[in-house]
Write a protein that binds this ligand. Structure first.
Ligand code: 15L
Length: 269
């Protein structure tokens, strides 16, 4: 069992949802976000950190033997905050890990790395990056940084290109991209316990009938997602009975992100 697991992005919606499930993975979970977390569970410890501060990140990583890195800018936005959190912030995480015995890292990458691939294609982890947003571009950087630290130092990272990690799928695209919280946590367990992890790229989706992705090249991890978005088909059809086939939501794997203009500071909410 992991002794001390660091969860960055613990104040975000995904971080908040998975916190209770992480008690099964580690003796102590260090929950970290930009604000102090006060509603701590018995297995948790809070370490506030701003990812663009190397000192904060060093303090957060200190003594941890595994890291789930969800922290950062998680949607499309202006370049500067994306750069601070996802480029500088990720560099700070990898440098702090290097100074702390190189604990395994689960890096939350995103389907938006390959967002301009058509939905009609099935991709494996050799597909070319076709990012659909500045956010997607920052995740391409993150994947390259993970690979670089692996080649140069042997730092092991599971790169998970997360589809849509929410409570349940709410539109037709999510019938393909949905990742349940429990399947995410099962992935983390596999990444942290497989004898040799390496630096695989894996698509983060549940066992969805309509998945866009083929994870057979990372079977050695032993991850077997249990949930299937198809269980929510009736609900999705009721909410969105007539999806427009020409809507970018249904044309490209990245959905709506392909349709967002370059955002400047001040026009993002
Ligand atoms: C992501 O990468 C985002 O963090 C999340 O908010 C969703 O938009 C998700 O992708 C998705 O594509 O559904």
């Amino acid at each position: 069992m992991i002794k001390k697991l660091l969860l960055t992005g613990a104040t975000g919606s995904m971080g908040t949802a998975i916190r209770p499930l992480l008690a099964a993975l580690a003796e102590t979970v260090v929950v970290s976000g930009r604000r102090d977390i006060t509603d701590l569970m018995p297995h948790e410890e809070s370490r506030k950190a701003s990812l663009d501060s190397a000192d904060d990140v060093l303090r957060a990583v200190d003594g941890c033997d595994a890291i789930i890195h969800l922290g950062g800018y998680s949607v499309e936005g202006p370049f500067h905050p994306i750069m601070q959190a996802n480029i500088l912030g990720l560099y700070n995480i990898y440098e702090a890990a290097r100074a702390n015995g190189m604990p395994r890292i689960l890096f939350a990458s995103s389907n938006h790395v390959v967002g301009y691939h058509p939905q009609a294609e099935v991709l494996d982890n050799t597909a070319l990056p076709r990012p659909d947003s500045l956010y997607g571009v920052s995740k391409v950087f993150g994947e390259a940084l993970a690979r670089f630290y692996f080649e140069k130092f042997g730092q092991q990272t599971a790169i998970l290109r997360i589809g849509s990690c929410f409570d349940k799928p709410v539109d037709h695209r999510m019938l393909s991209t949905w990742l349940s919280y429990r399947d995410f946590v099962a992935f983390a367990r596999a990444a942290f316990t497989v004898p040799v992890l390496g630096c695989p790229i894996v698509y983060g989706a549940s066992a969805n009938d309509r998945s866009f992705w083929d994870n057979s090249k990372s079977n050695y991890l032993g991850w077997q997602p249990q949930d299937n978005a198809e269980a929510y088909l009736a609900e999705v059809l009721q909410a969105v009975p007539n999806p427009d086939p020409n809507d970018p939501l249904h044309l490209f794997q990245g959905g709506k992100f392909t349709d967002i203009p370059i955002l400047k500071e001040g026009n993002h909410d």
